[in-house]
Ligand binder design. Structure first.
Ligand SMILES: *[C@@H]1O[C@H](CO)[C@@H](O)[C@H](O)[C@H]1NC(C)=O
Ligand SMILES: *[C@@H]1O[C@H](CO)[C@@H](O)[C@H](O)[C@H]1NC(C)=O
Ligand SMILES: *[C@@H]1O[C@H](CO)[C@@H](O)[C@H](O)[C@H]1NC(C)=O
Ligand SMILES: *[C@@H]1O[C@H](CO)[C@@H](O)[C@H](O)[C@H]1NC(C)=O
Ligand SMILES: *[C@@H]1O[C@H](CO)[C@@H](O)[C@H](O)[C@H]1NC(C)=O
Ligand SMILES: *[C@@H]1O[C@H](CO)[C@@H](O)[C@H](O)[C@H]1NC(C)=O
Ligand SMILES: *[C@@H]1O[C@H](CO)[C@@H](O)[C@H](O)[C@H]1NC(C)=O
Ligand SMILES: *[C@@H]1O[C@H](CO)[C@@H](O)[C@H](O)[C@H]1NC(C)=O
Ligand SMILES: *[C@@H]1O[C@H](CO)[C@@H](O)[C@H](O)[C@H]1NC(C)=O
Ligand SMILES: *[C@@H]1O[C@H](CO)[C@@H](O)[C@H](O)[C@H]1NC(C)=O
Length: 455
């Protein structure tokens, strides 16, 4: 190597090293880093020294053993701390914790790529709030082709825990006002609204204790994710403007997800409560409360020609559904140009329903495909091994005596459908009706064809 190029590369190395050093030394105004006691002298006290450190469910350090990073809070709703938050997550990555304090507000006004995470905790006791600068967010976001979704930020990587008594606030009112009168499925719609919480290419994510509030669009969406858990979460989207509804604020949606768990959670939104989309497997839901929603819905799947979709191994237990359009629902497409796939091994058990238009629905002729067309172009989504066990409560009466409507596609695979202890009533009077069309085999309860139903 020539001397000049040796000097040059040494200088470059030095500059690089000092850049690293200064990045490491840089601490934003109002931020702090504290180290756990266990890494200080206390840990050296004989006796405590040899103790095996505790580990979390993923084999990582527990909260008390983590380096803790705090950042300054926002002074007002326009005081953007997104870069401080990003700095904190980078600092806390690989075994640390970011703490957002109770009673403080942290405003996010810039899109954030958080896909670099690996073993990090975010203890959220305060409020993370997004700005409602619609012009900025519609020009700066992360876009997902699936149902033309956008989001403020993307969480990805592995071993990510976000927990505490705090709030993630989507500040949705201005978004709903601006969207008022529009429809998300309108192909001409260009008014995209962000999803509040989105994971992509993530493994092991836990969200616990939080309030997910006023999302502009879907509240959560998990994509290409493995093992995600929501526990003790409260989701709501409530408009203060009678002429603009909080539309499409679904509680939970997923795409290509293996391992989706939701427990001890309440959802108060005007769209789907829990609705896994294509390729979701190993679903576990227990102790879920949904108010005013479109229900706990599997799918729809099988929409796109040539594309295979599936949903399998779902266990849904102890769900209360109030004041909604649907209770438990499965939906698969039929018609001339659709996809294919299957739904298999789905159980709904101990479901309590009140004032709901369609308490129990299986629709293999989605979306609004009439009997004739559905027979000519049967669904290519096989539906097998579905249990509905112990349903209690009442419909709204909007569909007459019908409390359960199972419409399979003529000529399609629809078998192993089993109902047990269905005790649903209708305000329209007795007897309540269970409708079943084109199902192979016995379903376990008396049912009538839709041609004889009174809805
Ligand atoms: C997914 O994340 C892993 C690390 O967790 C990374 O190696 C991989 O490149 C990512 N894949 C995509 C498609 O982003
Ligand atoms: C309520 O929403 C309507 C429809 O978007 C909008 O025209 C109106 O300005 C909103 N009202 C307020 C007080 O923001
Ligand atoms: C069922 O879920 C509700 C919350 O919706 C909860 O209060 C209740 O304790 C749960 N029941 C059982 C048996 O776990
Ligand atoms: C349930 O939803 C209805 C509207 O669908 C609303 O009026 C009511 O306040 C909600 N109840 C609770 C406890 O949130
Ligand atoms: C579902 O998985 C299949 C592979 O099994 C893939 O071909 C298909 O594109 C996936 N569906 C979606 C909507 O991503
Ligand atoms: C059906 O799903 C349950 C989880 O809900 C799982 O434990 C069981 O192994 C699955 N059965 C089959 C045959 O895959
Ligand atoms: C659906 O079931 C039919 C008949 O059993 C079978 O031939 C086909 O391969 C199944 N399709 C899928 C996607 O599982
Ligand atoms: C049926 O479900 C309800 C909750 O909706 C529960 O309280 C009851 O114990 C269940 N009955 C049986 C026989 O498991
Ligand atoms: C069923 O739908 C097809 C396609 O929309 C339509 O052409 C046909 O008239 C409908 N048939 C009945 C009986 O409603
Ligand atoms: C259905 O519920 C009613 C009232 O909740 C109860 O009296 C009746 O025994 C139940 N029937 C069955 C078959 O569980």
């Amino acid at each position: 190597m020539k001397l000049s190029s040796f000097l040059f590369s040494s200088l470059a190395a030095l500059a690089y090293a000092s850049a690293i050093a200064s990045e490491n030394d840089f601490i934003p105004a109002g931020a702090s880093i504290t180290y756990p006691r266990s890494s200080s002298l206390y840990a050296r006290i004989p006796g405590s020294y040899s103790k095996k450190p505790k580990k979390d469910n993923w084999g990582n350090k527990v909260e008390s053993d983590r380096k803790k990073i705090t950042i300054r809070a926002s002074k007002n709703d326009n005081d953007d701390i997104s870069q401080d938050f990003l700095w904190a997550l980078k600092k806390a990555n690989h075994g640390g914790l970011v703490h957002l304090k109770k009673g403080k507000k942290y405003v996010i006004g810039k899109k954030l790529d958080l896909t670099f995470l690996n073993d990090v905790y975010v203890k959220l006791d305060g409020e993370l709030k997004f700005t409602n600068d619609i012009e900025y967010w519609q020009a700066n976001n992360f876009y997902y082709a699936f149902q033309k979704s956008i989001t403020f930020w993307v969480w990805g990587g592995k071993d990510i825990k976000i927990y505490g008594s705090g709030v993630i606030n989507g500040n949705g009112q201005a978004w709903w006002d601006g969207f008022s009168g529009a429809e998300i499925l309108d192909p001409n719609n260009k008014y995209y609204r962000p999803i509040l919480f989105l994971t992509d290419n993530a493994t092991n994510i836990e969200v616990k204790g939080l309030h997910l509030k006023d999302s502009p669009c879907w509240t959560t969406f998990m994509v290409r994710t493995k093992n995600v858990i929501f526990d003790d979460v409260y989701i709501d989207a409530v408009s203060t403007n009678v002429s603009s509804l909080p539309k499409n604020t679904d509680g939970f949606d997923s795409l290509n997800v293996d391992g989706l768990t939701v427990t001890n959670t309440r959802v108060n939104v005007g769209d789907d409560c829990f609705s896994p989309k294509p390729n979701t497997t190993n679903i576990f839901v227990k102790n879920l409360w949904c108010n005013g929603t479109h229900g706990v819905s599997m799918g729809s799947i099988g929409q796109y020609p040539g594309v295979k979709d599936y949903i399998s191994n779902a266990w849904i237990e102890n769900v209360t559904l109030l004041n909604g359009e649907n209770g438990a629902r499965l939906k698969a497409w039929a018609g001339p140009s659709v996809g294919y796939g299957y739904m298999d091994n789905i159980t709904y058990k101990d479901i309590h329903i009140e004032n709901t238009d369609k308490p129990l629905v299986l629709d293999q002729c989605y979306f609004n495909i009439n009997e004739t067309t559905c027979a000519a172009y049967p669904s290519k989504v096989n539906i097998t091994n579905v249990n509905f066990i112990n349903f209690t409560g009442s419909s709204s009466g909007k569909n007459g005596h019908v409390v359960a409507d199972l419409a399979c596609s003529p000529g399609a695979t629809c078998s192993g459908i089993h109902l047990e202890e269905i005790n649903l009533t209708s305000p329209a009077g007795d007897p309540a009706q269970i409708v079943c069309d084109n199902i192979q085999g016995d379903i376990g309860v008396d049912c009538i064809p839709s041609s004889e139903a009174d809805d």
